[in-house]
Design a protein around this ligand. Structure first.
Ligand code: MEV
Length: 343
């Protein structure tokens, strides 16, 4: 009998704290009801079918293992020279580079030496700030551990996912993979060890809407590098201030103080713009939503992608967004993390 395992993980939004989280400040990250799915079954070679981009590939186990070693060596060099551009360009130029990297890293971390085939599909738009790569980085080790009957804790899955994310983004904070792994809403602070606390947001989240402002021209890794290359004094003061707003945001959520919450969203957006990760479309939507006393900010790495907006008057918020030519989207927030769909 052929056994097919299907696992999934959700995407995410950053309510606040993106970019600053890379420098050790906290972030509040919430899972969203759009998921990435991986179906895995044993096979005679490593086969990949990425449904959404309609691309497939077939590799031997040793080919994938060699790729894992090559990537690790390159990552080590890039880390030393503090320049991840060579790694990003290898992944871009290699056929199915990112997905192959995820598989290679998972095989190395979980000591898998038997071939399998993976079918990948995702409801999370690629490269849009909604955590498409983080969701896959969690779902791949989950599906392969289930297929090869390796019992993994969520912590271990998250650890492998972080290693995968490091190949795609250099030195990510680990927040994105953590929310895709655990789901719900998280207080995340990078450190040794990371602080990962579930937040129980028991108020209704229905007054949040997402707005897509276009595919970013730069990847998350490139946007993070751009922030890193800013004048350290200029950058660090803004990063610190973003951290302050995140602590205050936690209080606002606990007290259900939506007026201050919206202010924190807007203040964070203005600092993110000063860090150079906003674009005109985001600034325009932010200004218009702020004018009607709402809150609006980019979510994730920026450079385009999704924004998160809030207003008590949902109709007014939606109309304001539509008047600018954008589409307000309702997405369930705080959904379950990585899970097995079918065995
Ligand atoms: C990207 O979704 C979030 C960033 O803070 C990067 C990271 O946390 O690694 C920009």
């Amino acid at each position: 009998m052929i056994i097919v395992i299907t696992c999934s993980a959700p995407g995410k939004i950053h309510l606040i704290g993106e970019h600053a989280v890379v420098y050790g400040e906290p972030a509040i990250i919430i899972s969203v009801g759009k998921r990435a799915y991986i179906s895995a079954e044993k096979s005679e070679s490593v086969k990949i079918y990425a449904q959404d981009i309609n691309q497939s590939g077939e590799f031997s186990v040793s080919e994938v293992k060699e790729f894992a070693e090559k990537l690790q060596q390159l990552w080590d060099n890039c880390f030393e020279t503090k320049n991840f551009a060579p790694l990003y360009s290898l992944l871009k130029n290699e056929h199915l580079g990112h997905i192959k990297a995820m598989i290679a890293k998972t095989m190395a971390e979980l000591d898998i030496n038997t071939p399998f085939s993976l079918n990948i599909s995702s409801e999370i738009p690629i490269g849009s700030g909604l955590g498409s790569s983080a969701a896959l980085s969690v779902a791949v080790p989950k599906a392969l551990s289930e297929l090869f009957r390796k019992v993994l804790t969520l912590e271990k899955i998250n650890h492998v996912a972080y290693k995968i994310e490091s190949l795609a983004h250099g030195t990510p904070s680990g927040g994105d993979n953590s929310i895709c792994c655990y789901g719900g809403a998280l207080w995340f602070k990078k450190g040794t060890p990371n602080i990962i606390e579930p937040l129980h947001l028991d108020f209704t989240m229905k007054n949040f809407v997402l707005v897509f402002t276009g595919i970013p021209k730069l990847t998350t890794g490139e946007l993070v590098s751009n922030v890193r290359s800013l004048n350290p004094e200029y950058r660090d003061s803004r990063v610190k201030q973003l951290g302050m707003y995140t602590y205050e945001m936690r209080e606002c959520l606990a007290k259900q103080d939506f007026t201050r919450m919206k202010e924190r969203m807007n203040l964070a957006q203005e600092l993110l713009a000063e860090l150079g990760v906003s674009i005109d479309a985001i600034d325009r939507i932010h200004t218009a939503v702020k004018e009607i006393n709402g809150g609006a900010k980019l979510s994730g790495a920026g450079g385009g992608g999704y924004m998160v907006c809030y207003h008590e008057d949902l109709q007014l918020l939606e109309q304001t967004i539509r008047d600018l030519g954008y589409v307000p989207e309702h997405v369930e927030l705080g959904v379950e993390g990585v899970r097995t769909e079918r065995k």
